[in-house]
Design a protein around this ligand. Structure first.
Ligand code: FMN
Length: 451
């Protein structure tokens, strides 16, 4: 096992152990760590029966029990899709009234219990709709803010030409789907939801001019492009009022890094609006499938670790009470504490480092480690994304057991030999993804690899 930095490099982790109070719900996160959303893609899937798709599985419960004992203040799920068609992948967890059943509600209660099985973390579901980023095999003509097609290949699959939602559909269907899912999460026992308005998914399609050329009240001006997220917030609060203590957050790009895309100044306006209506937190990220930004795009970001540091600092400076999490690139205590002390964020979101080590926050707070394990593919989101999916699958294979190491069974990619073997094995999985996509068969699950 090798780490980024030795434990002798003693930055003080006490800052990361501080509590965070959410301004609207008044709920308290026990420390500054948040498990970022990491799509799992292993929920039930039956291409012939939508009602059987999207149930959280016992394996997923195993994994979240482990995360819940890993020391996070906030545990966020991978994207849970609020529409049975517009998935980011077959195998997404789904909430929608057309597929509801007593059995699904029970599965969600067990899911929430797994998230809450450890000491005192908050359990938040990330709610999403993939819109035009729905793989072709799942929707030939997906919905979108506008009819602008995504020209990209992901896991072997392309994307169909979307049709623009009508004004009534946005108002009556999209808004209601998110609100319904939030109430569902509340009923199941979750502490809150985060609406996913980053990375080019449906809500992000509304806020960016690269994907929104509408002429109704949801397009054109910044005000109009922000409207949908505000309406979703209000609709959620009608079903789950502030008095319940339910947390509502949003994931948002700080910048899109593409011509005509969302700029930091737009994000500042939007985040001020989210603060005004009462969102508890904003998680800042960046990029889209068209222009991935989960790696260092310039030399200047390498030393300070966080990919979106400078944009987050500008956005946070314009806000007062809303909690700002920053996700992307954090690997060492130094980097995390620096970002907080420089005013770029209040909380730290962690993605890829925590699939190698589900209890990284505990280890950092107790002073056992000063950094994440080394990841040879940190500058290659393609491979590191697959590897994280595999590691999460490995974590699901055994239940949480306080007597054994939480990370037992998870491949150690900091070991060059293990990493090399995985990279070779991945080639055949990649070929299978392409074959399925060409045959029009949705890809369910992740690369199930045991080292
Ligand atoms: C396997 C994997 C799955 C992801 N799934 C989601 C997701 O469901 N929702 C989301 O908002 N971001 C998702 N992301 C992005 C992460 O939340 C995070 O923003 C990104 O990995 C950068 O953080 P990191 O450098 O700590 O990994 C995913 C990333 C990975 C690696």
């Amino acid at each position: 096992m090798s780490r980024r930095v030795a434990v002798s490099q003693t930055a003080n982790a006490a800052k990361l152990a501080e509590k965070i109070t959410f301004p609207t719900s008044k709920r308290i996160a026990k420390n500054r760590f948040m498990k970022a959303a990491l799509t799992e893609r292993v929920a039930t899937w039956d291409p012939n029966d939508r009602k059987k798709c999207g149930f959280p599985t016992p394996g997923l419960c195993n994994m979240y029990e482990k995360f819940s004992h890993g020391g996070f203040g906030v545990l966020l799920s991978g994207n849970v899709v609020v529409d049975p068609i517009h998935l980011e992948s077959a195998g997404n967890v789904i909430i929608h009234k057309s597929v509801d059943s007593a059995e699904r509600r029970e599965a969600f209660k067990r899911y929430a219990a797994a998230f809450k099985s450890g000491p005192d973390n908050l359990a938040i579901l990330q709610l999403s709709n993939a819109g035009r980023q729905t793989p072709l095999a799942l929707a030939e003509h997906p919905i979108g803010a506008s009819n602008i097609q995504l020209n990209a290949i992901r896991r072997g699959s392309g994307f169909g030409k979307p049709r623009a939602l009508t004004t009534e559909e946005v108002k009556d269907v999209v808004v209601e789907d998110f609100a319904y899912a939030a109430k569902y999460a509340f009923d199941a026992g979750f502490d809150g939801v985060q609406i996913h308005s980053a990375h080019g998914y449906l809500l992000a399609q509304f806020i960016s001019e690269t994907t929104n050329n509408r002429t109704d009240k949801y397009g054109g001006t910044l005000e109009n492009r922000t409207r949908l997220n505000l309406e979703i917030y209000e609709a959620i609060r009608r079903l789950v009022p502030v008095s319940t203590g339910f947390v509502v957050g949003i994931k948002m790009n700080s910048k899109e890094f593409q011509a005509g895309g969302l700029e930091c100044e737009d994000a500042i306006y939007m985040c001020k609006e989210y603060e005004r209506v009462g969102f508890d937190f904003i998680e800042l990220s960046g990029g889209t499938i068209e222009k991935l930004a989960f790696q260092h795009l310039t030399e200047s970001t390498i030393n300070r670790e966080a990919f979106f540091f400078e944009f987050a600092a500008k956005i946070k400076a314009a806000l007062s009470t809303i909690i700002v999490y920053l996700t992307g690139g954090f690997r060492t205590v130094n980097g995390m504490v620096f970002a907080i002390e420089q005013g770029a964020c209040d909380g730290i979101g962690l993605g890829r480092p925590i699939t190698s080590e589900l209890d990284l926050p505990s280890k950092i707070i107790s002073g056992q480690v000063q950094s994440a394990l080394f990841n040879p593919w940190d500058q290659d989101f393609g491979i590191s994304n697959f590897a994280s999916g595999t590691q999460m699958w490995q974590a699901q294979q055994t239940p949480y057991n306080p007597e054994t190491d939480i990370n037992n069974g998870i491949m150690d990619i900091s070991d060059p030999e293990t990493a090399e073997k995985y990279k070779i094995a991945l080639q055949s999985y990649n070929a299978k993804c392409t074959e399925l996509a060409q045959a029009g068969i949705p890809l369910h699950g992740v690369f199930e690899y045991q080292s």
